[in-house]
Design a protein around this ligand. Structure first.
Ligand code: DGL
Length: 288
């Protein structure tokens, strides 16, 4: 069973491509919908949420997890890999950032634009990955209004078209724009009204890269029966009905999972972290 983790509904747009590419496998999707949106959250909260979510997927029997959420992939992937997939570990966690960057570099003839959540943009992880591939002509635009518009079901509305056009004004001159948030594929029509650039949905590329990865790692081939299981931290009925819009098909019954023995504390950190954030195995100091 392969785990797929997202902040909520959006990762279902990635799951669509994963399931289409590997229909015979078993999938467990976890949407942290009770705590979404992630896009404006601070990095250390994201690390906490991401640890809980991947631990849940590992406990449920997944050995391989795809982090479908761009915000988590940009901020927390390296931390998760170091914490859970060290030498000798039989677990793996893959993300969406490198496939997105590779596809963009293959597509562009000039400037790449990144349209994403505030946290993805401030991490600069996509900019870093593009630079590693030799591409430095990049501009980013955070679009915090867009995911809530899609959550509301307003992706075809006049408001959505106006918001997309406004954000895209700041990405003028790009020939390729990475849709760096799992909600944005639903806004394709509205976005196309505001730009001539190629809009790159990383979902198909993530699915292709996962196929390559599985071929190179036959030890992770658990077979499967084509079963899809869905867990979420928010309201299950809303998730099932609303989620089908993102998945493009009906979802099975959704199981509710909650944070147990949670604690709130004031966290003392130095400055505002940029890029991948890696925490030592000891948790940072907590007060309060
Ligand atoms: N799944 C998030 C991402 O791809 C978008 C929604 C959110 O802010 O939680 O970045």
């Amino acid at each position: 069973m392969i785990g797929v983790y997202d902040s909520g509904f959006g990762g279902l747009t990635v799951l669509r491509h994963l399931v289409d590419a590997q229909p015979a496998r078993d999938w467990l999707y976890l949407g942290d919908s009770g705590r979404a949106p992630y896009g404006g959250r601070d990095a250390h909260t994201l690390l906490d949420f991401a640890e809980q979510c991947v631990e849940h997927l590992f406990d449920a029997g997944c050995r391989l997890i795809v982090v479908a959420c761009h915000t988590v992939s940009c901020v927390a992937l390296r931390h998760l890999q170091q914490r859970y997939c060290g030498p000798g570990s039989k677990r793996r966690i893959l993300g969406v950032t490198i496939p997105a960057a590779e596809a963009a570099v293959r597509t562009t003839r000039g400037r790449i634009g990144v349209l994403a959540t505030q946290r993805t943009v401030s991490s600069r992880t996509l900019v870093t990955e593009l630079a590693k591939l030799g591409h430095r002509d990049v501009i980013q635009r955070a679009a915090p209004l867009l995911a809530p518009l899609v959550e509301e079901g307003w992706e075809r509305s006049e408001i959505a078209r106006a918001a997309c056009a406004r954000y895209l004004e700041d990405l003028r001159g790009c020939d390729t724009i990475i849709l760096g948030c799992t909600h944005y594929p639903l806004l394709r029509e509205a976005l196309e009204g505001g730009t001539d650039a190629r809009l790159l949905d990383p979902g198909p590329e993530v699915a292709a890269r996962l196929g390559d990865w599985l071929a190179r790692h036959p030890g992770f081939d658990d077979g499967g029966t084509g079963r899809l299981t869905v867990h979420c931290t928010g309201d299950v009925e809303t998730f099932r009905t609303h989620g089908s819009r993102f998945f493009g098909a009906a979802l099975p019954d959704v199981r509710h999972v909650v944070e147990a023995q949670s604690a709130l504390a004031s966290l003392v950190v130095d400055g505002s972290p940029v890029g991948q954030v890696v925490r030592p195995s000891q948790p940072p100091p907590r007060m309060g």
